[in-house]
Ligand binder design. Structure first.
Ligand SMILES: [Fe+2]
Ligand SMILES: [Fe+2]
Length: 297
């Protein structure tokens, strides 16, 4: 129903995201993973996946920001989008900072976050150099579709949240990050459109995001599991299978949502997440207050 309502609003010339304010927040809670064994309790397999995801965020988000900045001229005449871009850059910078701190703790616990950070950095630098000039923003727009999906699963599905992100050490960071991914989910897409990228470039961006970025994440996850094979027992595999059933991140739901990006008339507003955003703005107001100095609009 939400999809239909939003689609109708979009047809009427109103997109929910067009007037959305994108504030920058400080996370007041410092994630502390130092006392934990597996970040998904009892489940080294999902723990390694979350560690790889956290590891690729800082360099990945630097890349998102660089690819958006490249098209500053294209949005110069659009003050609302300009303000949203400012909020987007501020939010991604804060995400990178907090994930770097968490990744350093994860590295001390034995997770391969340093390696993943280095390799994803090299991959992103390479993508930035690929033609056409709009490819990088198309990759970013597709990647933001995935982070929005992650945000929707984390905040909108309690079972996913409890199963994968329930650990005290990471829950506030994940929820704060998820909220802001939903708040700015339209920005890279709208910059891509303003920069003149048509459907072929958008589809190429999606192909690079799934084939190269997501492909590397899956490869690195497998590499971590092989490296840790002596620690992974049959009970861990059973726990992974049980966790798999309780979460939406790796599911048919995610796959369907991911592929919907290829629909020619797609826009991130097709799924209305405004109620979710409003709910979590309130729930996180104390632990992630808005940084009024850097508010975007
Ligand atoms: Fe982010
Ligand atoms: Fe983002």
């Amino acid at each position: 129903m939400a999809v239909t309502q939003t689609a109708t609003k979009a047809r009427n010339g109103h997109r929910p995201s067009a007037d959305r304010e994108i504030p920058v927040r400080r996370l007041e809670v410092t994630p502390d993973a130092s006392g934990t064994d597996w970040i998904v309790p009892g489940d080294p397999i999902f723990s390694h996946l979350l560690a790889v995801l956290s590891a690729v965020f800082p360099r990945g988000e630097d890349f998102f920001v660089a690819s958006v900045r490249r098209h500053r001229d294209a949005i110069a005449e659009d003050p609302k989008l300009k303000a949203q871009v400012k909020g987007f850059i501020g939010q991604e910078a804060m995400h990178g900072r907090e994930h770097r701190a968490l990744n350093a703790q994860l590295a001390e616990l034995g997770y391969a976050t340093v390696r993943a950070d280095r390799i994803i950095g090299e991959i992103c630098d390479f993508i930035l150099k690929l033609p056409p000039e709009t490819l990088a923003i198309a990759v970013t727009a597709a990647a933001e579709h995935f982070t929005g999906l992650l945000g929707e699963a984390a905040l909108g599905d309690e079972s996913t949240r409890n199963t994968l992100f329930g650990q005290e050490a990471i829950e506030p960071l994940i929820c704060w990050h998820a909220l802001e991914e939903l708040e700015h989910k339209n920005v890279a897409f709208d910059v891509m459109v303003a920069a003149g990228a048509g459907y072929p470039v958008r589809a190429a961006g999606f192909a690079v995001t799934t084939g190269v970025l997501a492909g590397y994440i899956v490869f690195e996850w497998g590499r971590c599991l092989v490296g840790d094979r002596r620690q992974i027992k049959l009970g861990h595999v059973r726990k992974f299978v049980s966790d798999l059933r309780r979460q939406k991140l790796l599911s048919g739901w995610s796959l369907g949502k991911a592929v919907s990006y290829l629909r020619p008339g797609f826009h991130p507003d097709d799924t209305d997440t405004d109620a979710l955003v409003a709910e979590w703005r309130e729930r996180l107001a104390e632990i992630a207050p808005i940084n009024t100095d850097r508010k975007s609009a």
